[in-house]
Design a protein around this ligand. Structure first.
Ligand SMILES: Nc1ncnc2c1ncn2[C@@H]1O[C@H](COP(=O)(O)OP(=O)(O)OP(=O)(O)O)[C@@H](O)[C@H]1O
Ligand SMILES: [Mg+2]
Length: 351
């Protein structure tokens, strides 16, 4: 084997080991070699073509040109758009030790990282916004209490009440954020205690009595005798799940209605196998527009921001529910019929 042969064989073998797209360009910028991943991305026709026709994005083309000329390695961004959306790559452009060997391009897919970054940015912006409104109100009332209301006891007591409500709102928000992050950190650990869902739901029903009375609603639990409600679960977390769902049914289901909690078994299919326990929380409210349903479990997502906020909601309740159900290897299903009501089903493996 000649030297050139062994060099090419090594390059080809190394290219094929790399799970990301990789190409080698000759000193004149012609694509000489590409691995399977690159072929899948650029097509076989790329072979023998110049980088100028292949990568039409100025930032990448300019960076390649510079490395070809200077022999100094560098990096550039490359965005590939397709019907599936945009993918973002960081391209490492490495000059080979001898100029006549050309340069190597390695494409690292960072689309996922960008999405995570975006989510984090949105999240921080949302949290800041949610905390700022009550804080602004509290600061405003402090000023009023010191100035115009300094000698007005009636106004003082009214303002202090508002300040207390706003501070409680911030407290609730922080409590919800902490529970969300706790559940997220336990996501991989499936609970190992055996608990009875019926007990959990009855306890929640008892704890919510003041809210039930205030709403004029009645809460009915339907559990046929042949439905076993014992399963592997975390009782505090499932308490949170049913508390939030029943609370939502009472808050958004309208006054003097019935909230029904139905327990039944179902046989799982696909990724959810075996016997399942389904707990349906059904209300007789106005229902939810299908447009909103897929987004309800997003953090801070509210159909009617003003209404939810007026009721003291943070918009984190269903996000917490979804994470807890996922930790239990279950699923949350939301169905709704406008004008008739909504049904939130918690589906949990029960074997
Ligand atoms: N049973 C329901 N009927 C109609 N809309 C609902 C129902 N449950 C939830 N929603 C809608 O989904 C949104 C998100 O609910 P979620 O429980 O996450 O937040 P919240 O109730 O606004 O605040 P929190 O639960 O944190 O106090 C609500 O603001 C409401 O618009
Ligand atoms: Mg809620």
């Amino acid at each position: 084997m000649t030297n050139t042969h062994s060099f090419e064989a090594i390059v080809t073998a190394m290219f094929d080991c790399v799970p990301d797209p990789m190409v080698r360009l000759g000193p004149n910028g012609i694509l000489l070699e590409q691995n399977e991943e690159a072929e899948a991305m650029f097509g076989t026709w790329a072979q023998g073509r110049s980088y100028v026709t292949l990568f039409r994005q100025p930032t990448l083309a300019q960076a390649i040109e510079q490395v070809l000329q200077s022999g100094v390695s560098s990096e550039a961004e490359f965005i590939q758009t397709s019907t599936a959306g945009a993918e973002r790559f960081i391209v490492r452009i490495t000059a080979l030790p001898e100029a006549n060997l050309g340069i190597v391009l390695h494409f690292e897919d960072v689309t996922h990282l960008t999405e995570v970054e975006e989510m984090r940015r949105d999240f921080v912006a949302n949290v800041s916004h949610e905390l700022r409104s009550p804080l602004t109100a509290i600061l405003g009332f402090i000023e009023t209490l010191r100035g115009p209301a300094a000698k007005d006891p009636a106004a003082q007591s009214r303002f202090l009440q508002i300040m207390q409500d706003e501070a409680q709102r911030m407290n609730r928000l922080i409590g919800d954020l902490l529970s969300l992050s706790r559940v997220e950190s336990q996501q991989r650990q499936r609970p190992d205690q055996v608990i009875d869902v019926m007990h959990v739901v009855s306890r929640v029903q008892a704890a919510l009595r003041p809210l039930v009375e205030e709403s004029g609603c009645q809460v009915m639990i339907q559990r046929p005798d042949d439905v076993s409600t014992e399963l592997r679960g975390d009782s505090d977390q499932l308490t949170q799940v049913f508390r939030n769902l029943i609370e939502n049914a009472l808050k958004y289901g309208g006054q003097n209605k019935t909230v029904t909690i139905k327990m039944r078994h179902e046989m799982g299919q696909g990724s959810l196998k075996g016997r399942l326990l389904c707990v349906d929380v059904i209300d007789q409210g106005e229902g939810i527009d299908p447009l909103h349903i897929p987004r309800l479990t997003e953090r801070f997502y509210r159909v009617d921001n003003h209404r939810s906020r007026a009721m003291g909601g943070t918009g984190l309740g269903l996000a917490i529910v979804k994470h807890i159900v996922q930790r239990h290897r279950g699923r949350l299903k939301i169905t709704s019929e406008q004008g008739k009501g909504s049904c939130f089903s918690v589906i949990l493996p029960s074997e």
